[in-house]
Design a protein around this ligand. Structure first.
Ligand code: ADP
Length: 305
């Protein structure tokens, strides 16, 4: 649904986006990650047609954004950072305004579209409240409602959960998941756990260039601790345990750290059952055994530092 080809954007001497290529299919939620100033928002603005590329092409549903600006906007729902909403309007007034802009002149159809968006974004109980009196979470949902009102096949969401409390984040993620099945979604975020919770694919962008494009799982595998284990045993010298495990052909290294033996597998393979078997055979008394928790943070840091 979205094809980005050799996209460049310069502001004077700043290369905000420097040769970006990727595509997004229906059913995919693409996490768009990168440090501040990496070029995420500029890329999103070029996809939505708000910023003209210096060079390169963006196709949405096969249509060139530059050549078919209106047709492309019909296919896109865009929720910019800090979603601009008119505070003095009520939720319903704002959505009527958006529906009119979207060209729904027939009041019955307009009402249907607004009802559907309010249901999906759970806005019914604040429908007649002015937007400025809403909490940040509800304001965010209003931003969502305007983005999905015309049921577009493409959604571009710029930091949709920024500044929300954990409950609100959960709510907004639930809405995104509900909509994901038949849409192509790009979602920029700073929150790495969000990528894990939501995205089927991740692109990391730094200094205007794509430096990773893969699944969250394969990014996690880049973490040196992926599939590493932590073992605590009673009544036996930890050095003996370390030496024994280190000798296994599947183990790349074993280290003693804070009363536990940390075991790192070769090729990030799973060695849980193997280590447990050795423990049983040697009749070691296990007091604690766990997989070392791994996150995307270390990988993100390593790639973008
Ligand atoms: P991100 O969304 O990843 O934080 P941006 O796309 O906002 O990054 O910005 C990328 C770079 O382009 C930054 O160096 C930023 O200062 C610069 N930039 C963005 N918009 C403009 C603009 N309108 N004029 C000049 N420089 C800009």
């Amino acid at each position: 649904m979205i094809e980005v080809q050799s996209l460049h954007k310069s502001y004077g001497s700043i290369n905000a986006v420097n040769g970006v290529n990727f595509d997004v299919n229906r059913g995919e939620i693409l996490g768009f990650l990168g440090p501040n100033g990496a070029g995420k928002s500029t890329t999103m603005k070029m996809i939505t047609g708000f910023v003209r590329p210096t060079s390169g092409i963006v196709l949405v549903d096969g249509l060139n954004v530059q050549d078919h600006p209106v047709a492309v906007k019909e296919r896109i729902g865009y929720m910019p950072e800090n979603g601009p909403v008119y505070g003095e309007m009520t939720v319903e007034e704002f959505l009527i305004f958006i529906a009119e802009i979207r060209g729904y002149d027939d009041p019955t159809i307009r009402e249907d579209k607004i009802d559907h968006a309010c249901d999906l974004c759970r806005l019914n109980k604040v429908r007649h409240q002015s937007i400025e009196t809403l909490s940040k979470g509800f304001k965010q949902r209003v931003g969502f409602a305007q983005a999905i009102l015309h049921d577009p096949p493409v959604l571009i969401l710029d930091e949709p959960t920024d500044g929300l409390d954990p409950n609100q984040k959960k709510e907004v993620r639930k809405i995104i998941r509900t909509m994901a099945k038949d849409k192509a979604i790009i979602l920029s975020t700073h929150i790495l756990e969000e990528v894990h919770a939501l995205c089927s694919r991740v692109i990391i962008i730094a200094k205007g260039e794509v430096i990773a494009d893969e699944t969250p799982e394969s990014l996690l595998k880049r973490n040196p601790k992926y599939n590493a284990l932590k073992l605590e045993v009673k009544d036996i010298d930890l050095e003996v345990v370390r030496e024994t495990l280190k000798e296994l052909p599947e183990v790349s290294s074993a280290e003693i750290n804070e009363g536990a033996v940390e075991i790192y597998p070769k090729n990030k393979q799973s060695i849980e059952s193997l280590v447990l078997k050795v423990c049983r055979d040697k009749e070691w008394n296990i007091s604690h055994f766990e997989k070392t928790p791994v996150g995307l943070d270390e990988v993100f840091w390593e790639l973008t530092k």
